[in-house]
Design a protein around this ligand. Structure first.
Ligand code: PLP
Length: 403
């Protein structure tokens, strides 16, 4: 509950004024679902064994782990032996980026990847795949890129949904192109922002590796899934035990894995209703925002986008300042990827789209969830408009005083 600032997000509940937080940062993280939490508690209480042991308590954990792996494989449309449990997408992406390395070869990835892909790929002298001003990857350019670089590449990584702009990439098409024009390379997709809004099995069918993170689909933090096609042999990044068929050594966190699988099943069951709801919410937000702040600019508007994410440029403002004011109004949003928020400077995703540094620093990301309501959106837009007005006036006064 927030300190009451007398703003419009305060409500009278049982005679007391309560400040309500409006959470529009679901691309950053989501709360655990009730069922996921119940699963976590049940497993933590009743099934604490180490799956690597040789006794009945361990066997009980192994049965459960096998069950979770089979249920994950069912959703992904792959074999259980192709499912690896990880500590999240950062680890999964690093395992793919480093584990796919071949002598005298290097990876390529889109310039708008999350840092968990970009950083390991670039550390291996990876090649950048550019995007248009709309955040998309031109298919002819991509084909030409593959033909030019085919002998150099061991990995190509293109995300399914961009976590800052919501742009959806046609990964099945790209995977097909890689198979045809650069068959020596693995095609990987970071599908972290796709689990709530897409059927993952068709993606898995086309890609050789895919990463997911539980806390983006109402599962626990610090847990993820890595799919790797059985024909691919990745070298382990960490050395240690033989868990997860050597690719990810370390004792499995069974309660978290269980909670993640339950959350994944819930997400998979409600992809259609979630997408419909999010589309309604996102469209309402964008319409209302354009009406209230006419100079706001919604990024990638003509691209195919996830309905869960809106990225908006707010000329005349700096996102850190806007986020500070919005927070005081009870609105939780972000300037981009969670790991980069709070840091000064423009997002690499927004500048890669050709937005100049100054304007890029005004970018705000609003990301919606199954529980976002139209009323929340109206209140949030009103708060954004007021904060924008306040900041624009202040910044104008400063620039007039210091010409
Ligand atoms: N990839 C994308 C697209 C993300 O949005 C995130 C989280 O923000 C990650 C990777 C990192 O995931 P995790 O928090 O599980 O390490």
């Amino acid at each position: 509950m927030n300190r009451c600032t007398g703003n419009r997000n305060c409500r009278l509940i049982y005679g007391r004024i309560v400040c309500v937080t409006i959470y529009l940062d679901s691309a950053s993280t989501t709360p655990m679902s009730t069922r996921a939490l119940q699963e976590y508690l049940e497993v933590a209480e009743t099934n604490f064994g180490n799956p690597q042991g040789n006794h009945s308590v361990s066997r009980k954990a192994v049965y459960r782990l096998d069950d979770y792996r089979e249920r994950t494989a069912l959703i992904l449309g792959c074999a259980p032996s192709e499912v690896y449990f990880t500590s999240g997408a950062t680890e999964g992406n690093n395992i793919v980026a480093y584990g796919s390395a071949k002598v005298n070869k290097r990876p390529a990835c889109s310039v708008v990847e999350h840092k968990a892909v970009l950083a390991p790929c670039l550390s291996r002298q990876g090649i950048r795949i550019e995007v248009s001003t709309n955040g998309e990857i031109d298919q002819d350019y991509f084909r030409g890129f593959l033909k030019t670089n085919r002998d150099e590449l061991d990995l190509i990584s293109i995300m399914t949904v961009n976590n800052e702009t919501g742009v959806v990439y046609p990964v099945s098409v790209f995977a097909g192109m890689v198979a045809k024009h650069a068959p020596g390379a693995i095609f990987h997709t970071d599908a972290v922002q796709a689990a709530q809004i897409m059927d993952l099995a068709p993606l898995v069918k086309e890609c050789q590796a895919l990463t997911l993170s539980a806390h983006k689909f109402n599962g626990p933090k610090g847990t993820g899934i890595l799919y790797v096609d059985k024909s691919i042999k990745l070298a382990p990044v960490h050395k240690g035990g033989s868990q997860e068929r050597d690719i990810r050594p370390g004792t499995q966190d069974l309660p978290s894995i269980g909670a993640m699988v339950v959350a994944l099943e819930e997400a998979a069951r409600s992809v259609v209703s979630t997408t419909d709801h999010l589309t309604n919410i996102r469209d309402h937000f964008e319409r209302a925002l354009k009406q209230r702040v006419s100079e706001s600019f919604i990024q990638s508007q003509t691209a195919t986008r996830s309905p869960a994410i809106t990225n908006v440029l707010m000329p005349g403002t700096i996102n850190e300042e806007m986020l500070f004011l919005l927070d005081a109004e009870g609105i939780c949003a972000s300037g981009g990827a969670a790991c980069a928020s709070g840091a000064l400077g423009a997002s690499h995703v927004i500048t890669a789209m050709g937005v100049d540094e100054r304007l890029a620093r005004s970018a705000l990301r609003f990301s919606f969830s199954k529980t976002s309501s139209l009323e929340e959106i109206d209140n949030a837009v009103e708060a954004v408009a007021l904060c924008h007005e306040k900041l624009s006036e202040t910044n104008l006064a400063i620039s007039t005083a210091n010409p």
